[in-house]
Design a protein around this ligand. Structure first.
Ligand code: GLY
Ligand code: MN
Ligand code: MN
Length: 444
């Protein structure tokens, strides 16, 4: 997750802002992710917790951050693994206590082995405890143990946290508004993701297997420095494109079919999330063209609705309006427009929303609704989101002409809002029919 050629975020400034929000009397206790066993001696590749990494840029496992406003011996405390030459020979380098303190610019750093001893003391006389609730049951239990230990001293006149608050509540609002370094990292993530898609388009041939196309795309991601995928790649030929989270990727890509690819690289901790749909043989058929043009028109209408100040729901509504008109023109939906919208009669063909927040997590944190009315929140500069309408005509779907059955199309771009407008971070991969055909024919 750390790459020296990438800009490093100012995590100290983030922690200071959060300290001010926590306020005197509060304390934040935030662990990184836990290493997970995959099978026997094999662990899943480690990925830090996004909230923890956002506040520390520290990528090692077994680490925990404490923010304790006004704490005499330092407000910012990191627990991490100590140096251990033998373990480092087996498992890789560690920053160690001193190294991590310098790297993360925290006030104090202790061995993670000391956490059970020191945490109950840190909780003393704090009234509000912020921690990620319900993410990891074993961590929830440890927090209660530390709190109970602090409480056991209450007869001596020592206070302990009576109020427990989900730390996600604070962090999701911070993370929703991207700063300048995050914007650069997101440009990089979308840029590498786009390069993978472009390469995949060029390599696609009838008779290839979905996993081979997946390998071509992920090869570019990794070659360009992606630490990992942002999520499991979806490579669905033909009717597999109608399965929204198809990740088996084991079928053959057939002449005359489309292939739907939803794949994104993770760079510097940030996700790219791009979908393109292209013809396996390089040329869209007539029916494929009809549906593709409709999805593209709806995507463009949705992008036009991504504007600072407009409710986040507007761009979904804009996409649906175009899709509904198109489905009526094609004779697939026959009811009146109002009735279709009110009863959501388009849902057999378009069953997901048109996008989501994008950031360190591909489906990033941040409330979509707010206030006592729980109304859709307005878009603001610094927010990043995807725009990804689609149409899915699974084989045998009632009311769909045979020529359209088995067609699944989604077009997904990554957008970053600023006062100047919406920047399309994923513009590096074509989506116009002619551009895709040109690229696949060896042009562009
Ligand atoms: N790749 C997941 C999504 O598009 O939401
Ligand atoms: Mn998405
Ligand atoms: Mn996607």
């Amino acid at each position: 997750m750390s790459d020296l050629s990438l800009p490093r975020p100012d995590t100290l400034a983030r922690r200071r802002r959060l300290l001010a929000q926590i306020g005197q009397g509060g304390i934040l206790v935030l662990p990184t992710a836990r290493e997970q066993i995959r099978n026997r001696d094999v662990a899943y590749p480690f990925r830090p917790d996004s909230d923890f990494f956002y506040l520390t840029a520290f990528a090692e496992p077994e680490a925990l951050l404490v923010l304790a406003p006004g704490h005499g011996e330092g407000e910012q405390i990191l627990f991490c693994r100590p140096r251990d030459p033998e373990r480092e020979t087996w498992d890789g380098r560690r920053a160690g206590i001193e190294g991590a303190r310098e790297l993360c610019q925290v006030d104090q750093c202790y061995s993670i082995d000391k956490v059970d001893e020191l945490l109950p003391k840190l909780l003393e006389n704090r009234s509000v405890l912020l921690y990620p609730m319900g993410v990891d049951a074993s961590f929830d239990a440890r927090v209660q143990t530390w709190r109970n230990q602090a409480r056991s001293r209450s007869r001596q006149g020592i206070g302990y946290p009576m109020e427990l608050v989900d730390s996600g509540h604070f962090l999701q609002e911070m993370r929703l508004h991207k700063d300048a370094v995050e914007a650069d990292l997101m440009r990089a993530a979308a840029g590498v993701s786009a390069a993978g898609h472009r390469h995949g388009m060029r390599q696609t041939r009838p008779g290839m297997w979905e996993y081979q196309l997946q390998a071509e795309i992920e090869y570019v991601f990794q070659r360009q420095g992606a630490a990992r995928l942002a999520y499991s790649s979806i490579v669905g030929g033909g009717a597999n494109g109608c399965i929204l989270h198809y990740v088996e990727n084991r079928d053959e890509l057939r002449d005359g079919d489309l292939v739907l690819v939803d794949a994104g690289a993770e760079i510097g901790g940030y996700a790219g999330d791009i979908t393109r749909t292209w013809p396996v043989n390089g040329r869209f058929s007539g029916p494929q063209r009809d549906i593709y043009a409709l999805v593209l028109a709806s995507q463009k209408a949705a992008i036009a609705a991504v504007q600072v100040g407009r409710p986040v729901s507007d761009y979904h509504d804009a996409a649906v309006a175009v899709l509904v008109d198109g489905l009526r023109d094609l004779g697939i939906l026959r009811q009146g427009r109002e009735e279709i919208l009110e009863k959501q009669l388009y849902r057999p063909f378009y069953m997901h929303r048109t996008g989501h927040w994008l950031g360190m997590d591909v489906h990033d944190v941040g409330a979509y609704r707010q206030g006592s009315e729980q109304s859709w929140r307005p878009l603001a500069a610094g927010m990043a989101l995807t725009v990804e309408p689609g149409l899915y005509f699974a084989p045998g779907l009632e009311g769909v002409p045979a020529a359209y059955q088995g067609i699944g199309i989604r077009i997904e771009d990554d957008l970053l809002l600023s006062e100047q407008g919406a920047e399309i971070l994923s513009a590096g991969v074509p989506k116009e029919i002619e551009e895709i055909e040109d690229l696949m024919a060896g042009g562009l």
